[in-house]
Design a protein around this ligand. Structure first.
Ligand SMILES: NC(=O)c1ccc[n+]([C@@H]2O[C@H](COP(=O)([O-])OP(=O)(O)OC[C@H]3O[C@@H](n4cnc5c(N)ncnc54)[C@H](O)[C@@H]3O)[C@@H](O)[C@H]2O)c1
Length: 284
């Protein structure tokens, strides 16, 4: 079995650097036509430059692929629309949306400004919503779509200094959980990718020895699978240095204390209430 994207059109946001660039190159190498979006700003989301997206387009074209550059900000609702319109205007369809653009504004919650919180939510959450919302009618009409949202272990499990980033990344799991249900009958599959990779985003987090262990290229095979016809629907796939695994939200059966339970009873039984030994995922 060979996974190919001939005849398929993809948009990859934040594809001028890092992991997004690898996704765009990987999709194009397997036949997809790609809108390479990147605002070209700094790691904290400030500034802009057209060169990042264009450089990746040039690389794809030099390798014999097809791609166009887009420099809109995903945080701008009109920008999200224009990214999708560019795919429609250039190639007349859109099959794959990889929502990857991201910024960091790390600080402990005590020191974090609301502007830093909002900026991160705007790029990660609303940026993904803007692109998916614009792509959705086209995917519904053609009865086919593959959406990959970029979550993070910071959202799934927490990380010091990343209240904004963690909240945003977990919001994307919530978005996936509903899109997986609403998209199912139109063959639109939505999944999340969480990963560890050495990029400018993690250059001061990953220790020197770890940097070679987690190249961005080791994330892309999972994203290509999630972009393919074989993609599951509603799965959080994790990728770190060549290891692929999943994360899931589970619930246990808990303890039935009846409708007149008291807080004291809950306190007494809390070890049983939180016992996850029979935990299972919930199929929706
Ligand atoms: N590197 C990791 O280990 C790691 C871990 C978990 C999640 N992630 C996520 O992976 C994604 C890619 O991160 P990366 O590590 O490759 O970082 P990166 O900084 O190299 O890439 C992010 C790209 O997004 C672009 N971007 C930022 N704001 C934008 C906007 N408003 N509109 C369009 N483009 C914009 C940037 O210009 C940049 O090219 C992010 O969503 C990040 O949160 C990365």
């Amino acid at each position: 079995m060979t996974i190919r994207f001939d005849g398929k059109v993809a948009v990859v946001t934040g594809a001028g650097h890092g992991i997004g660039r690898e996704h765009a190159l990987g999709l194009a190498a397997r036949g997809a036509k790609v809108v390479v979006n990147d605002l070209g700003g700094a790691r904290d989301g400030t500034g802009a430059s057209a060169t990042a997206a264009q450089a990746v387009v040039d690389e794809i074209v030099a390798a014999g692929g097809e791609a166009v550059a887009n420099t809109d900000s995903v945080a701008d609702p009109e920008g999200g629309k224009r990214i999708v319109e560019q795919a429609m205007d250039t190639w007349g369809r859109l099959d794959i949306a990889i929502c990857n653009a991201g910024i960091l504004r790390d600080r402990s919650f005590a020191k974090m400004t609301l502007d830093d919180f909002r900026a991160v939510m705007d790029v990660h959450v609303m940026g993904s919503v803007h692109v998916c919302h614009a792509a959705w009618p086209h995917m519904r009409a053609q009865q086919y779509g593959r959406i990959v949202l970029t979550t993070s272990v910071s959202g799934l499990f927490g990380n010091f200094g990343q209240a904004n980033y963690g909240a945003a990344k977990m919001a994307l799991v919530g978005l996936m959980n509903t899109l997986k249900i609403e998209g199912r009958k139109y063959n639109i599959h939505t999944n999340c990718i969480a990963r560890i990779a050495m990029t400018r985003m993690t250059e001061d987090i990953l220790a020197k020895g770890q940097q070679e262990r987690f190249p961005p290229r080791a994330v892309t095979p999972a994203v290509l699978f999630l972009s393919s016809e074989q993609a599951p629907n509603g799965v959080i796939v994790q990728a770190a240095g060549g290891r692929y695994y999943v994360a899931a939200i589970v619930e246990n059966s808990g303890v039935d204390l009846g409708p007149d339970a008291t807080p004291e009873q809950i306190a007494e039984r809390f070890d049983d209430i939180r016992d996850l030994s029979d935990a299972r995922t919930v199929d929706k």
